[in-house]
Design a protein around this ligand. Structure first.
Ligand SMILES: [Ca+2]
Ligand SMILES: [Ca+2]
Length: 316
């Protein structure tokens, strides 16, 4: 593995260039393997099928590339922030007749809606503040809690369980389990297309039985407002305070003047500086075929190993 210099603007640019070169090498290797295999198949398969298989191979190659970058990051650093290599992927790359793009996003830079049934006094008020900031009815928070919690009782006055959903047309039942994809929220009472569109940049559904915290080095400033009940200006200042290399310790972050008083106590139980879950998006375009694979990956802080938790694909 090439050593990547990690300090100074000049060396960082060199690091990015080197990353791109290595990425293309990985793709070329993937493509070479494919072409060898494809030689035998070309006579019997239609061009569309060939493009599909080649696109899939390329996209999976991109996924493996992102996994390597995240592994190396885990070995190099205790924290995760936006100036790290994984967040610098995303540049389009052309290999032969294919266009490729691989991007990594930190899932813990968002509010995990599956936290809503954990520590009710922590996550629920923060989610209600987020809804308020986005001009969404706070009753949505009550309905989401009931959608996820295992019981059949409305936890809050404006919640919704089977009794409510069975009156819908067509009728259905509450899921009463963790959300797998935020699109599922469209089934929840009060969540319209418009509500989901407004929420989407700030929320995620992490498939973990345990609580996950929000990474203060990667989240949008609006989540500082939601977590700590502070104004927009203070949230922007907090985001600026990350500088080039992110907050290095929870103590340093919590001592910021923007978090004086109760803001500090609000935020403390929800925050972290490092992330376990990332989503890797790979797009491959060949001729008029444009496909994407989205992979949720979990990186173990103990072993540094990365597991692909789920993988979904579709045409763009
Ligand atoms: Ca890191
Ligand atoms: Ca329920």
């Amino acid at each position: 593995m090439f050593p990547i210099e990690r300090s100074g603007a000049g060396s960082r640019q060199a690091g990015v260039a080197l990353l791109s070169v290595m990425f293309i090498l990985v793709l070329l290797t993937t493509l070479a393997v494919y072409v060898t295999e494809a030689d035998h198949l070309m006579l019997s398969r239609a061009g569309n099928q060939r493009n599909f298989e080649q696109g899939m191979q390329l996209a999976l190659g991109g996924e493996q590339w992102a996994v390597r970058v995240l592994q190396r990051d885990g070995a190099d650093s205790e924290i995760d922030h936006l100036n790290e290599d994984w967040n610098r992927l995303g540049q389009p790359v052309t290999v032969d007749d294919a266009d490729m793009r691989t991007a990594v996003e930190d899932m813990q830079g968002r509010f995990n809606v599956n936290n809503l049934t954990r520590r009710d006094e922590v996550w629920y008020p923060a989610f209600k503040r987020l809804l308020r900031l986005l001009d969404i009815d706070e009753g949505v928070a009550e309905a989401v809690v009931d959608w996820i919690d295992p019981d059949e009782q409305r936890t809050h006055a404006n919640g919704a369980e089977d009794l409510e959903y069975l009156l819908f047309d067509p009728p259905y039942r509450a899921a009463n389990r963790r959300i797998a994809d935020i699109g599922e929220l469209l089934l929840v009472q009060g969540v319209t297309d418009d509500v989901l569109t407004r929420l989407t940049p700030f929320i995620t559904a992490i498939p973990d039985q345990r609580e996950t915290r929000i990474n203060v080095n990667t989240c949008p400033p609006l989540l500082f407002q939601a977590m700590a009940a502070i104004d927009a200006g203070s949230a922007e200042t907090l985001a600026d305070g990350r500088g080039e290399s992110g907050y290095e310790s929870i103590e340093v972050f919590l001592q910021r003047p923007e978090l004086a008083g109760e803001a500090n106590q609000f935020a403390e139980p929800m925050i972290s500086l490092a992330s376990d879950y990332f989503v890797v998006t790979n797009q491959a375009r060949i001729d008029d075929m444009n496909l994407a694979i989205e992979s949720v990956v979990r990186r173990s802080r103990e072993s540094g190993e990365i597991a692909v938790v789920s993988r979904a694909w579709g045409y763009l």
